[in-house]
Design a protein around this ligand. Structure first.
Ligand SMILES: Cc1cc2nc3c(=O)[nH]c(=O)nc-3n(C[C@H](O)[C@H](O)[C@H](O)COP(=O)(O)O)c2cc1C
Length: 203
């Protein structure tokens, strides 16, 4: 059985946890560089990521790792598909697409598995899979890295999803989570005002 920490350590633990939650922010993918997580760090991130609420214990998600040479290969495939969709795509568009996969040392594609289910609605299974993506952002930052969740056209392009990423017709891409070491400090953005969002419900 785990020993309970004393009150002083407990307060420090709470403060540390809340500081982590309160300081989460994205870093643009183009500003991510090596090093990325090593095998142990990635294992810890994944263990955190799969600890999501999951109605019916369906495990409606899986992950694809894009690292090493696969980064360049995926960038090439994405550029080729972009040119199929828009033969006039400019150099800036193509370069942005390349950087999306080549700048970060690690990208994790979060896939939602959404086939027929007599009991659990698609929206609930999608929600669980989206929680995996968010949890990856949190875990990456807790490990000392920065991360960003991206979608873009390729998250909705069935030929790209099925022929390039290997998704089945019942799967959707929740997004790609780019992870790495920030080359610049990401500026904070204005956050929603909690007080304005919270109302007491009354009958
Ligand atoms: C489902 C989803 C898809 C997103 N797709 C993109 C995207 O394609 N391009 C982009 O610049 N930001 C995208 N974002 C936003 C960034 O991930 C990030 O949240 C945003 O830059 C704000 O930064 P913050 O996470 O620090 O609040 C997406 C966010 C979500 C939740």
């Amino acid at each position: 059985m785990q020993r309970l920490p004393c009150r002083g350590s407990l307060i420090i633990l709470i403060m540390l946890t809340l500081t982590t939650l309160h300081s989460r922010r994205s870093t643009p993918t183009r500003q991510l560089a090596a090093p990325g997580p090593d095998a142990t760090q990635l294992q810890r991130m994944l263990e955190a990521a799969v600890r999501v609420p999951d109605h019916g214990k369906r495990v409606p998600f899986r992950l694809l790792r894009i690292a090493g040479d696969a980064r360049e290969a995926l960038a090439n495939a994405a550029q080729a598909r972009q040119l199929e969709l828009d033969p006039l795509a400019g150099e800036a568009v193509l370069e942005k697409l390349r950087t999306r996969f080549t700048a970060p040392p690690l990208t994790l594609a979060v896939v939602a598995i959404l086939g027929e289910d007599s009991k659990i609605p698609v929206s609930e299974r999608f929600s669980s899979a989206a929680c995996v993506a968010f949890q990856l952002l949190q875990a990456a930052q807790a490990e000392g890295f920065a991360a960003q969740w991206l979608t873009g056209w390729l998250a909705y392009d069935r030929p790209f999803l099925e022929h390039t990423l290997g998704l089945s017709e019942h799967e959707q891409l929740i997004g790609t989570i780019a992870v790495g070491t920030p080359t610049l400090e990401a500026p904070e953005r204005e956050r929603p005002d909690v007080a304005a969002l919270l109302q007491d419900w009354a009958p």
